[in-house]
Design a protein around this ligand. Structure first.
Ligand SMILES: *Cc1c(COP(=O)(O)O)cnc(C)c1O
Length: 432
């Protein structure tokens, strides 16, 4: 490679991938090992003291998993990353060094349903809490921040409705209140958006989705921008004061911009154990090699299908932000210039019944609770993921009874459309 910063597709294939030092293997081997032999007792002591970087035990680090961390960090423009056992694990790992009992995170109301659940109830068991506000309203975000707030959290393209978050605005608010911004970039991927460019401190991913891209892995990643000053406010003692969980090390003083990454490995993975396995990392590395190509096709297909659906008399509305009718259309050029993603909702005339019939009549689409696959996927949130909510709450969450969520795959667009056409006929009794 030359001195020039390599392009996205070059990094997607080469970042983190050096020929194997032992065998010269071109592809990154799956290091299916739990432990690593120390050269001698002095080497072991240096590794445990973080005086030398190396491998100890695969709950902490593993060469295959490390290559994936390096690759995702490179694609997101971060200084380091930590791979985790799932996207949900990555969210806990992102919050873990920042929070303590009594602390809160200010989060967008428009989040993946599982994240709303994790933040509403489960994190309370750690003494943490979340305050949900409308992230289109800068004043509402600022008003929700109090002395115990330790982070601001949102998604680039919010689930399920294809809402584009104004990261420019949210990044400015986070800088103003002096708090780290955590952005879940799962549905955009670094191909469409790099949240660190908008001021994000940490970027989290469910690698389960587009990064792997074929529905074979459950995994997550936290990318560290390395840019946040953990020492300035006195609010982040785990990172910027002697850490009792690691023999009194002040991570920020000792490791500077790598404080979060090292803490997440040395304390987070060590004690929480939400580690990615080498096989999973391998599949995700293979997936990322074609991320740029796949996202290009995902977005092109989403445009073709969204435009076709919007013109269909059996359809009530399409939320893909690339459509001129979307209230978020003007954000596409600023936030996700290469496209508005491939996840959106479709309103179907005939309500709940028609939606259920549509889902049951599709043949190419898979009816699953997943997104970001090469395959086109569909789910009816009101009868599945958002079943527990009452109708008003479903509408507010973008999951009204007459709405299905679709994740457009990379099949031939005409086949996706043909499948939707026959299923809409079956669901509504009308042809186009
Ligand atoms: C799927 C998903 C998650 C959770 O990831 P898992 O890998 O399923 O734990 C978090 N955020 C978003 C936006 C997701 O789509």
């Amino acid at each position: 490679m030359t001195d020039k910063q390599p392009g996205f597709d070059t990094l997607a294939i080469h970042a983190g991938a050096n020929p194997d030092p032992a065998t010269g293997a071109r592809q990154i081997p799956i290091y299916q090992t739990t432990a690593y032999v120390f050269r001698d007792a002095d080497h072991a002591a240096k590794l445990f003291n973080l005086q030398e970087v190396g491998y100890i035990y695969s709950r902490l680090t593993n060469p295959t998993v490390g290559a994936l961390a390096e690759r995702v960090a490179a694609l997101e423009g971060g200084v380091g990353a930590v791979c985790c056992s799932s996207g949900h694990a990555a969210q806990i790992m992102a919050l873990f060094p920042l929070m303590g009992p009594g602390c809160n995170v200010v989060a967008s109301t428009r989040l993946y349903g599982g994240t709303i659940q994790q933040f509403s109830n489960t994190i309370r068991k750690f003494g943490w809490s979340a305050k949900f506000v409308d992230f289109d309203d800068a004043d509402a975000i600022k008003a929700a921040v109090d002395d115990n707030t330790r982070a601001i959290f949102c998604e680039t393209i919010a689930n399920p409705g294809g809402v584009i978050t104004d990261l420019e605005l949210v990044g400015k608010v986070a800088a103003e209140v002096g708090l780290p911004l955590i952005v879940d970039n799962t549905t955009a991927t670094p191909y469409l958006c790099r949240p660190i460019d908008f001021g994000a401190t940490l970027v989290v991913h469910s690698a389960t989705k587009y990064l792997t891209g074929n529905g074979t892995v459950t995994g997550g990643v936290v990318v560290d921008s390395g840019k946040f000053d953990w020492s300035a406010s006195g609010k982040f003692p785990s990172l910027a004061a002697p850490e009792p969980a690691y023999h009194g090390l002040n991570f920020h003083a000792a490791l500077g911009g790598m404080a979060f990454t090292f803490h997440s490995i040395a304390v987070g993975l060590r004690d929480l154990g939400m580690t990615m396995n080498p096989q999973g990392a391998h599949y995700t590395l293979m997936g990322i090699e074609t991320l740029g190509l796949r996202m290009e096709r995902h977005v092109a297909n989403a445009k073709t299908v969204a435009e076709w659906l919007e013109a269909d008399p059996r359809v009530e509305g399409v939320t893909w932000a690339g459509l001129a009718s979307s209230p978020y259309h003007d954000r596409v050029a600023r936030i996700v210039p290469k496209g508005a993603g491939a996840l959106f909702t479709v309103g179907v005339k005939g309500g709940y019944e028609a939606c259920v019939k549509l889902v049951d009549s599709l043949k190419l689409f898979s009816h699953v609770a997943n997104l970001g696959d090469t395959r086109s996927l569909i789910i009816h949130p009101a009868s599945t993921t958002h079943r527990q909510l009452d109708e008003a709450a479903q509408v507010k969450a973008g999951a009204a009874p007459n709405v299905v969520r679709i994740s457009i795959g990379i099949e031939t667009a005409a086949d996706i459309i043909a499948d939707l056409d026959q299923a809409l006929t079956a669901a509504t009794g009308k042809s186009r």
